[in-house]
Design a protein around this ligand. Structure first.
Ligand code: ATP
Ligand code: MG
Length: 382
């Protein structure tokens, strides 16, 4: 239905009327053919960025020169941003990122793309153009490099991670990874060291957000790639987690928590770091679903319980969702006023913490009275 968007259609019509091609490319074409939701809609054209700005402007659209040096112009049509990129070809590379030049040939533009399933185009009538024979690969759900895998990886080592990411998201869940591609990734794994941590983090997030990352991550471990991006990670709990993911929508942080490994290099955001350490701590604890719900909130509590079940290979606790909800809704029954004036300052804080721990240990059932009356120490064993 994104294809039928009136803004998109009139934008493409304007580019065509100026004697140029306006083609959908990449993820939107691939996903539409697979029948899965489309993320961003990208367009490719043989018109130069300057021409795109002029044509779109003349047709009354607002344009933003987002990355005119890279050949990308953003055009707002029908209230939606459209990224239009001029056909490009690879000219040289330092392995960190391919350097590109403009081209007026779709074959050249297709040839610089990473995988055949990402090199599919469609015009505004929905006619698919497949300059490299990507359709059979897409049908077989085979992630295959465009051209020689080793050559393509040397141009941009991030493509190693993209290979596993696209397999996790769109590959054949029953079949393995393309053998030639996998061998090339393993042989050139060391090249990942030159890639910026930001690009690695972005790919890793997408990989761990995919339908079932377990087979891809296991293959990454075997090929010596996992250790380079997540040192110390252990992929074994990912497969049992994937089964549990049917219960709750998959979340990449939950998968990362189960994988373990050193994440300092990934430079996660403050919030992500905080959530990840909360999750990791909860994994090693015996906290009940209600206690987790109260302490961490609904989403993280579910993450912790699913991850723990996967790691320990135990079933989820009975009625865990209802129990998490009970925790989310619960209110700690003691207030500071209850403890004053006997306790003040630091002692007040410490006493609150102590009563909270006791309340959590009672699975949130201890009443205010019981907590306030309760003995400070457990009875001594004789
Ligand atoms: P998603 O739905 O995950 O966004 P996508 O196919 O749109 O998938 P992007 O990373 O947004 O993936 O890239 C858009 C397109 O640009 C790809 O389909 C591919 O053709 C091309 N591309 C992106 N990154 C590279 C790269 N590192 N090397 C070669 N081609 C690339
Ligand atoms: Mg995209």
């Amino acid at each position: 239905d994104w294809l039928d968007h009136p803004g998109t259609q009139s934008l493409c019509a304007a580019i065509e009327a100026a004697g140029h091609r306006a083609l959908f490319v990449g993820g939107c074409v691939r996903n539409s053919l697979l029948g899965v939701p489309v993320g961003d809609v990208d367009l490719a054209t043989d018109a130069t960025p300057e021409s795109v700005v002029r044509i779109a402007g003349d047709a009354g659209f607002k344009t933003v020169p987002t990355g005119i040096d890279h050949g990308t112009v953003t055009v707002i049509a029908g209230g939606e941003p459209h990224e239009i990129t001029t056909f490009r070809r690879d000219v040289e590379t330092d392995g960190r990122r391919a350097v590109v030049a403009f081209s007026d040939r779709i074959e050249e533009d297709a040839a610089r793309r990473d995988f055949t399933m990402n090199a599919l185009y469609a015009d505004r009538r929905g006619i698919v153009l497949d300059p490299l024979g990507g359709l059979p690969d897409l049908k077989a759900r085979r992630v295959r490099f465009v051209g020689d895998p080793e050559t393509r990886i040397r141009e941009d080592y991030l493509r190693i991670l993209r290979f596993f990411r696209f397999h996790a998201a769109y590959g054949d869940p029953e079949g393995g990874l393309d053998a030639e591609g996998l061998a090339a990734c393993a042989a050139l794994a060391g090249g990942l060291d030159v890639i910026s941590r930001e690009r690695i983090r972005a790919e890793l997030k997408k990989l761990l957000s995919a339908r079932d990352p377990a087979p891809s991550v296991a293959a990454m471990a075997q090929a010596g790639i996992l250790a380079r991006v997540l040192p110390g990670a252990d992929p074994r709990a990912l497969a049992p987690l994937a089964h549990l993911d049917a219960v709750q929508p998959p979340r990449w942080l939950r998968r990362l928590a189960v994988l373990g490994g050193e994440t300092a290099d990934l430079r996660l955001s403050k919030a992500e770091t905080r959530d990840l350490s909360a999750l990791r701590a909860a994994l090693g604890s015996m906290e009940t679903p209600a206690a987790l719900g109260w302490r961490l909130g609904r989403a993280l509590a579910a993450d912790a319980l699913l991850a723990r079940a996967a790691l320990l290979e135990t079933p989820l606790p009975p009625a865990w969702q209802a129990e998490v909800e009970r925790g989310v809704a619960a209110r700690f029954p003691v207030t500071a006023a209850d403890l004053m004036p006997e306790h003040t300052g630091e002692a007040l804080g410490a006493r609150m913490k102590q009563l909270q721990a006791r309340w959590l240990a009672s699975d949130l059932t201890a009443s205010r009275e019981a907590l306030l009356k309760g003995r400070d120490k457990l009875p001594r064993l004789r």
